[in-house]
Design a protein around this ligand. Sequence first.
Ligand code: UDP
Ligand code: MG
Length: 318
Amino acid sequence: MDIRYSIVIPAYNEEAVLLLTYQRLKQVMDLTQEQYELIFVNDGSRDRTIDIVRDLAKRDTAVKLIDFSRNFGHQIAITAGMDYSSGAAVIVIDADLQDPPELILKMIEKWKEGYDVVYAKRSQRKGETFFKKVTAHLFYRILQASTDIEIPVDTGDFRLIDRKVCDELKRLPEKNRYVRGLVSWVGYRQIAVEYERCERFAGESKYPLKRMMKLCWDGLTSFSMKPVQLASFAGGLIFLAGLIDVFIMVLKLILGGNGINGWNWAIAVQFLLSGLSLSLMGIIGEYVGRIYDETRQRPLYIVNQSYGFAEKNGVIEN
Ligand code: UDP
Ligand code: MG
């Protein structure tokens, strides 16, 4: 029988919680009464994660395992899980039970209503530090303000995507992946379901500040040219300030005023030059950004349906 749902579970040193995660997922997925697979991606764990999954796989044919040769990171683990999945819908969920498995049923409901992406939006975060809450809050908003595509705020990787979205994601070869941004980029009908993010069941966060910053940076640089444009803009402003300064001094000279000395000129020149070089850097950045854009090799567009073309399956279904 064809697999209907693929659950992708990235796991990095999650021995303390994995068994329970499996049980909860199984309980929930059995309710669907449809075929499913549980794809555990062992992201180079140094604990017993791999043994636990192996044991599970021996007892339960729904359990599948991708074992990385080393730690490649959360986003890559998710990507591998999607690559190996075969379900008609793919659900990504954290291994630490911060994402409640029960929400999957709600996601499936929405999927059956015809949505292609159902993402879980956190209305609350429990058991996370004030610092994490504030930085996460800020990050999502800055990212949203600085890109043209709509990347929903307060949304992690806990989501359901349709097979066709998964196949499109596979066509995006970029390396510094910010998966949730890519899902937004791909498009299709998307909808949110809200939930309260629970405390980590056991173990500790694998996202220390450094990794969080890397993720933020991947998000910003993959989907925004704003930082470079900001440089050009700031450079332009400084240059303008220099010009105004010069203008005022020349005016003063003409009107026979005094009080202008070498310092004034030096500062004006300083403004003009640094403004100029900053905006030139911005311009170079713009070119580099475009080269980056090309090298990422995202497809130009993604067609949902087409109609009337003999060769390209041109039937509008409904
Ligand atoms: N994870 C992973 N590789 C990593 C870091 C994390 O596969 O290098 C997994 C981890 O096991 C968990 C999920 O990604 O299932 C989210 O990580 P974590 O809970 O540590 O992040 P947080 O919830 O603190 O943001
Ligand atoms: Mg977590």
